[in-house]
Structures are given as structure tokens and as C-alpha cells.
Design a protein around this ligand. Structure first.
Ligand SMILES: [Fe+2]
Length: 233
């Protein structure tokens, strides 16, 4: 009797956060104010979403109006680590960078990864049903036994697969609702759907880094920052 085994998953966490309408409205107004005070508008093209990290607003975790949101994200990150059986008591966790994104009309976010951090989140502060969804991309494609099998448009047109699912795809379009929080490894390539009409979709992104509490016997974790010495340059 045959058995199929599927190895090497990508684990994405989703949870709906509990924030009051007034709290959310205060954050939305704060994000709109950031957009008004953009410091680098030349960088934004008309087809791309506004992204606060490139406009001078990359530390929302230090903004009192976002305090409760980041407390809830903190707790969800610990749940994510539990799901991977990580002994996080041995680690120091930091919010490294956090910012808002605003997508209006057909604006989208190109595929990218957050290479300077370890875990990343996306929180949907304002999202309508028809706004663009997030997409995740698999670069390892372990099941792609013929080169280009998964992503070839001509092969797809000729229905080379009877159906598409996670066993034969390099892309997942993931549906989320307002208030949803996603957590995923920062190295995961992601972006938003193109060609959708967004009615001011606002998401919050944050990057989390992990340092060892005690690195004295460790080779592969970043040592505690308090022992570093800054260059005089
Ligand atoms: Fe991102």
C-alpha cells in the first residue's frame, strides 16, 4: 500500500487581534498623518503602495498610539515560537523596525523579503474584502522535478496539472480580514496582488530579531548587544 510523505513546511501564523474601533481609528489617523509628512515621496511610484519605512516612519513600536497593538503582537510571536517548539526563554527578542503601508486603487507591493531580520508580521489595520491579498512565494520548490514546471505559463495553459494545490505551486494567495495578524519567517518572499482595486488598504509591518541571552557556548546566534563595542569612525 502506498504512502505519501510531505516534508519541509513553511509555517504562517494567523490570528484576529482585539482592538477597539477608537484605538484603530487613532492609529489610522496617525498613519494618514505620516503619509502627509512623507520625507521621500520621489521614491514612491504611482503604481506602488506607500510604505512608511521608506518615508521616515520606521519605528511604530515606539509610538504610544501603537502600544496595545505591539503588546498583542508580542504575545502572538511567542505563540508562533511555541508552535515551532522554540525555547524562547534562551533568546532576547526585539522589534527592530515597524511601519505602515497604504495601498490606494491599483497600487501594489512588489515581491520582496525582509533580509535584515528573522521573523516578520503583517497586521491588517484597515482592509475591505476586495482589497489586494498577500501572496507568499516558495523559492525552494522541492517538488518541482522538471525545471519551470510550476511557473511556466505555457505549461499552465495546456493544463499540465489536473489541479493546482500546495504540492505543485510556488505561490499561495492568502486571504486575510481586517484585524488579522500574520507571522512568517522574514526570508519568505511576499507581495500583494496586482490589478486589484484597493479602497485605502492599510497594513502594519514589523520585523523581529533574535539574539542569544547567553552566547558563551553558541556558534550561530547573534551575541547580546550589550557586549558589542561601537567603532569610533
Ligand atoms: Fe513585507
Amino acid at each position: 500500500m502506498q504512502k505519501i510523505f510531505n516534508f519541509f513546511p513553511l509555517t504562517v501564523y494567523k490570528s484576529s487581534l482585539s482592538l477597539s474601533e477608537s484605538e484603530k481609528n487613532e492609529m489610522i489617523e496617525e498613519v494618514r498623518l505620516m503619509e502627509k509628512k512623507s520625507k521621500n515621496l520621489d521614491y514612491k511610484s504611482t503604481t506602488k503602495a506607500w510604505t512608511g519605512d521608506t518615508q521616515g516612519f520606521e519605528y511604530l513600536h515606539n509610538n504610544p498610539k501603537f502600544k496595545n497593538l505591539f503588546i498583542q503582537i508580542n504575545n502572538c510571536i511567542l505563540e508562533y515560537l511555541e508552535s515551532l517548539s522554540v525555547n524562547y526563554k534562551k533568546l532576547d527578542l526585539y522589534f527592530q523596525r515597524s511601519w505602515a503601508t497604504i495601498s490606494k486603487k491599483t497600487e501594489h507591493i512588489d515581491n520582496h523579503s525582509h533580509d535584515q531580520s528573522h521573523l516578520s508580521i503583517a497586521f491588517y489595520l484597515k482592509k475591505q474584502k476586495d482589497d489586494a491579498k498577500i501572496m507568499f512565494f516558495d523559492t525552494s520548490k522541492h517538488n518541482e522535478f522538471i525545471p519551470q514546471l510550476f511557473d511556466s505559463r505555457s505549461l499552465a495553459k495546456e493544463n499540465i496539472f489536473k489541479k493546482r494545490d500546495i504540492l505543485n505551486s510556488s505561490k499561495v494567495v492568502f486571504d486575510t480580514k481586517e484585524d488579522d495578524l500574520l507571522i512568517f519567517p522574514s526570508k519568505t518572499i511576499h507581495g500583494t496582488e496586482q490589478g486589484k482595486s484597493n479602497s485605502e488598504r492599510i497594513s502594519i509591518s514589523a520585523d523581529i530579531v533574535f539574539l542569544a541571552k547567553d552566547s558563551s557556548t553558541l556558534e550561530h546566534l547573534v551575541p547580546p548587544v550589550e557586549n558589542w563595542k561601537k567603532f569610533s569612525n
